[in-house]
Ligand binder design. Structure first.
Ligand code: ZN
Length: 175
């Protein structure tokens, strides 16, 4: 993902939040998905499946594994919304299925098999759920230690994301 693409995604995510008047965490990701006219299906799926997205006859359909932790479901939903916003042509041609823990894929890893679409959808999800400006406000006036488990988990709670996702995000933004 080059710098230009990165800023385009950041801009699009900010527009989505602004359209819905979202000024504080936790970001209501379901409301954003519905604002894009997506139909949401929360269903019990095999554990290895996180979610899926496709566009059928012009209607976006997003599936999320209802058996996963609610915070993980939020990240999955945000990731699928990312595909919908960024990769609509690709997910109209065929169903996109996400397995495993997409959020733990690092965009610094350049090895084969890490798909550009996944990197973009993860970046989109992190930007959506953990906006830099919100986090900067949450951290205002405090020195922040990424190894402070209590502080990371308090923020994760506030933003309704997993501790792992929050730690990764904070590391990217502020470390
Ligand atoms: Zn994906």
């Amino acid at each position: 993902m080059n710098t230009k693409r990165r800023s385009a995604i950041q801009k699009r995510v900010k527009e989505l939040r602004d359209e819905q008047g979202i000024m504080a965490a936790p970001v209501p990701v379901e409301r954003i998905a519905k604002g894009l006219e997506a139909q949401l299906r929360f269903s019990p799926l095999d554990d290895e499946l996180s979610g899926m997205v496709y566009v059928k006859d012009g209607t976006p359909i997003i599936g999320v594994n209802a058996l996963h932790h609610p915070n993980r479901q939020r990240f999955t939903l945000a990731h699928e919304v990312g595909h919908l916003v960024l990769h609509r042509a690709e997910i109209t041609k065929q169903i996109h299925v996400d397995k495993g823990f997409p959020m733990l894929m690092r965009d610094s890893v350049s090895s084969a098999g890490i798909d550009e679409m996944e990197i973009e959808a993860n970046f989109f999800a992190a930007e959506l759920l953990m906006p830099e400006e919100f986090l900067a406000r949450s951290l205002q006036g405090q020195s922040f230690d990424i190894d402070d488990e209590g502080a990371v988990s308090a923020l994760a709670k506030e933003y309704k994301v997993s501790t792992a996702a929050m730690r990764f995000r904070l590391g990217n933004l502020f470390a």
